[in-house]
Design a protein around this ligand. Sequence first.
Ligand code: FES
Length: 59
Amino acid sequence: MYICSCRALTDRDVGNAIQGGADRPSAVYESCGCKPDCGRCVNRIVNMLKEHKKDAVPA
Ligand code: FES
């Protein structure tokens, strides 16, 4: 599923960036080698970041 249609980022691309340590939307774009265009996808990325934090097991 596409998260960002401007940059053709899928949920897998964003998930991989988050798994790789991206902790905010700008870091996700950077990790994917792009910059945001219209910004419509930012909320979706923020939600994925929140989900990831929620699922994270405290060390
Ligand atoms: S949908 Fe991601 S920048 Fe436009």
